[in-house]
Ligand binder design. Sequence first.
Ligand code: ADP
Ligand code: ZN
Length: 709
Amino acid sequence: MISSAQEILKKHFGFDHFRPQQAEIIERVLDKKDALVLMPTGGGKSICFQLPALLMEGTCIVVSPLISLMKDQVDALKVNGIKAEFLNSTQSFNDQQEMLEACFRGEVKLLYVSPEKLLTDLDQITRMAKPAIFAIDEAHCISSWGHDFRPEYTKMGFLRERFADIPFIALTATADKVTRKDISKQLKLREPRLFISSFDRKNLSLDVRIGVKPKQKTEEIISFIRGRKDQSGIIYCLSRNTCDDLAEKLKSAGINADSYHAGMSSEDRARVQEDFINDDLQIVCATIAFGMGIDKSNVRWIIHFNMPKNMEGYYQEIGRAGRDGLPSETILYYSYADIMLLNKFASEGGQREINLEKLKRIQHYAEADSCRRKILLNYFSETLPENCGNCDVCKNPRKHFDGTVLVQKALSAIVRMNEKEGSQMVIDVLRGSMRAEITYAKYDQLKTHGAGSEISSLDWQRYLMQMLNVGVLEMAYDENFALKLTALGKEILFGKKKIELTVLQLLDRKESSAAEKKVKRTVAPAEELFDRLRNVRRDFAMKENVPAYIIFSDATLQAMASEKPRNRLEMLDVAGVGEHKLERYGQAFIDAILDFMEGPASKAQKGNTYQETLLLYRQGLKPEEIAIHRKMSPQTAYSHLAYLYLRGNINSLEEFVSWQEVEQVKKALKFLGGSTKAMKPIFEHLNESISYLKIRLALAVIEKEAEDK
Ligand code: ADP
Ligand code: ZN
């Protein structure tokens, strides 16, 4: 079974290897047993139900809440030569009917459907499409413990019993233990096997910047963007106003940016989303509403202009960068003002306790002075044995100092103001301000008035934040955010305990822009060939009206740019190029590569290159000699011969590859599932006994045989 799954992986998806867990999950589904799959965004969940669907009779019903994403997902499948359709309330009755009839004719392997649609039209849908698998995507939506609860998900519990002999697979990118249990319970999964892949997205760098003022933040972001020409990015903001403001500022700095939030008309939102997906819009300043419906694999960076509400949201949002596996950057701006606001929201909304606790955890993350990735993974119940080396703390380890005296000054000021004042007043008193409110309250007569004037207001704020985080202080959200001492705070104030503080990081612009330049050198895929390939991809995307990454991902283009395949067989060896895509797009990309390598001068001769090989061949040269003569690699010479043979210019390849060898390759092909054209599996299957060059010719012989039949 696995050999044919392997074959389909290459043929339809263009990949040579399964990622960890994928093969086991697929096997489980093929065994008709239930599975609960936890994989990070970009981890490769889709293949876990898409691939078995191709091997089973009937239709895989994919339940997904993301109506806006369905069309893209279906398009991506179609481009891979897989029959898929979707069904939701945005379609006309006729369209829906047509899709169902296609299902009835057995023409649809995957049917994407919203939960509402499935539940209202269940009988009709399952009569028309014979269900082979139920795949419940974004399964965390079922749990009110999760962060994205959708009540309609909870109504699906009866499906498991009703479709007793069909496997169920539930998939999600975020689920803590409670949510996990909830998913199994509510969907009534039958002895589900739990598959958890690592949530470690090594290609995402993590960076938290603390206490940067809004104006400076904007400047920093502009210079960050300028250093990243043509790179797609998303900037998440807390409010609609901030989105609009920031987008305006970026635009007036000549940057291709726009905003996206719930206050805009649905047409405007659709336009922004589409332009972004199609690489016509470089940057989106968005509220968290943006991104749910987006499956764009080449987002190169994510900036959180404001603090996210919780770790789940943060992880999901940064997870939208680098889905193609290439290095991508994330920056979180952490400000005290955001925390106050978020605290207010959390205290006022439903599920107060949970939300406040969740906010505390992300605050802890942002304030951390140890490897951030460790903390992030720890939150998702995973342990990282070593520091990651790809977060700001690892790159720039923190230093500590004995902060006892400094802390005592602040605590004493707070106590003398009867623990009634908020942070700004505390800071102003420490710095010796004489503003009216202070003199009116007679705070200027306190012993601690002016006791901390050597520390800037901003730094005081950051120290107070540290004090809150280590639990010296707490904030009474219900008393105008007044600062109060904890038990630990009292011990320190009375000299019974010492305390360490972290040396504040210099947020020097020079330093950060130097760091950015360094990053840019390693990240920017600025190669010329890559750019040319992007253009080819763009043409196809426009012609077919699909997002560019659906044609080929950035990772695949980069692989092409570095491997430079010069013919169809070599092209097929590139990860992400399956047979279907090869047929559809391969030649155009090969041409672009040849063009790039040969330069414009020899362009005219390109058509003649095979003729030239043929001429030498007819003069009796061996392929290796032809290669030397023509200054090409032996591979190219052999592939020319294969080409000429297929075109009928050469009658036989017998002198280069024996019929016994052709038979062996044929057998290997059969074993590997029939139609794979990737040479590596064949080479390995034959214990490396037949060279790649010969395999290439053997494949040509086999292909010709099939054609001639
Ligand atoms: P998820 O649904 O988990 O967010 P996807 O299924 O969209 O992730 O996969 C993310 C990316 O990884 C896609 O570009 C996909 O083509 C790629 N991918 C999936 N499986 C493999 C694999 N075995 N080898 C290489 N790339 C893969
Ligand atoms: Zn780290």
